[in-house]
Design a protein around this ligand. Structure first.
Ligand SMILES: Cc1cc2nc3c(=O)[nH]c(=O)nc-3n(C[C@H](O)[C@H](O)[C@H](O)COP(=O)(O)OP(=O)(O)OC[C@H]3O[C@@H](n4cnc5c(N)ncnc54)[C@H](O)[C@@H]3O)c2cc1C
Length: 282
């Protein structure tokens, strides 16, 4: 372990003061940061631990959004933190993250800040149209999740900003949710697809489909969504949308995680599974 300076903050202001030098890392769950400190070069030599700061574990439904603070651990979402389809989706997705000790310490907002291209929570945020709240001594700004992630391990967060909240929209009744992933190791999936589909009067009125590891950051499958809206939630619509997700929406990076045809096949199969699961829960 390299030597680094460790600050244990007890107030939000202390965290912001520590971050102001632009060279200090936030320690939340530590499940990614500590590993990186051990194995990577060029990381900050100063760490501010936010675990003792009161009030950072917000988890509340306000104005149609679930507001999540920086100290809400992954495992919290294993219980019913919010009713309806959003709670169901979070419960389905969280079980895929690492294993129980990782989920006991790791945080949702840490996962957003870390922006691993194959992580589960970022695709949920992007697909649902969540908002990210960033705070620095200069003030607070809110960024849509789709603009927050810019590439593997890169976001629009500035080095002096703390991600203080994420707002996840509560999903309407008659929304079916699904999530399917292809995982070969204990760390991160090869590919995954998330779906949230609302049916009104027998027809799909809104569809959100997101792809993991099919681009530099989580990707909305807009063509797949376009094909679903206005249709009945039938096998043909699911097959057409899955095809579009693989053929038109996926933007694979260089030949990592398998050949392009194999990865397209994975997206097609996972999209069919996620959408079929969503149909069952409408
Ligand atoms: C063995 C193993 C398996 C894993 N498997 C998976 C998996 O399958 N899926 C998955 O998604 N993840 C997986 N992870 C990662 C895990 O989910 C982490 O918990 C998560 O990526 C980061 O959350 P954390 O709270 O631990 O953040 P930390 O490790 O404390 O921080 C990670 C990074 O984010 C920054 N940061 C943290 N919080 C904030 C904040 N509020 N504002 C600004 N910056 C912040 C830190 O400075 C650091 O750069 C795995 C990790 C391990 C070790």
């Amino acid at each position: 372990m390299p030597v680094f300076q460790y600050l244990a903050a007890t107030e939000l202001d202390d965290v912001l003061v520590a971050l102001a030098d632009g060279e200090t890392a936030v320690l939340a769950g530590g499940q990614s940061l500590i590993l990186d400190l051990k194995t990577k070069d060029g990381l900050p030599q100063r760490v501010v631990d936010i675990n003792r700061v009161r009030g950072l574990d917000t988890l509340a439904e306000v104005d149609g959004h679930l507001r999540v603070g920086p100290l809400v651990r992954h495992q919290t979402f294993e219980s019913d933190v919010v009713g309806g389809p959003l709670g169901r989706l979070l419960r389905i997705v969280v079980c895929h993250i690492g294993h129980p000790p990782i989920r006991a310490r790791g945080t949702m907002l840490g996962s957003f800040a870390y922006a691993h291209p194959a992580a589960e929570w970022p695709v949920v945020a992007v697909t649902l149209g969540a908002q990210m709240v960033l705070t620095s001594p200069r003030g607070t700004r809110t960024v849509p999740a789709e603009q927050f992630f810019t590439g593997p391990h890169t976001t629009v967060r500035r080095p002096d900003e703390l991600l203080t909240e994420a707002w996840l929209p509560v999903l309407p009744a008659r929304t079916g949710v699904g999530y399917a992933e292809d995982r070969r190791t204990t760390i991160y999936p090869q590919a995954a697809v998330m779906a949230a589909v609302t049916v009104t009067d027998g027809l799909i009125s809104s569809a959100a489909v997101g792809l993991v590891n099919a681009g530099p950051c989580p990707t909305r499958a807009r063509e797949a969504e376009r094909l679903l809206i206005g249709n009945t939630f039938c096998d043909a619509a699911i097959t057409a949308a899955a095809e579009a997700a693989a053929e038109l929406d996926a933007r694979f990076m260089a030949e990592t995680n398998g050949s392009r045809p194999a990865r397209m096949r994975a997206v097609r199969v996972l999209a069919r599974r996620a959408l079929s699961q969503a149909r069952e829960s409408v």
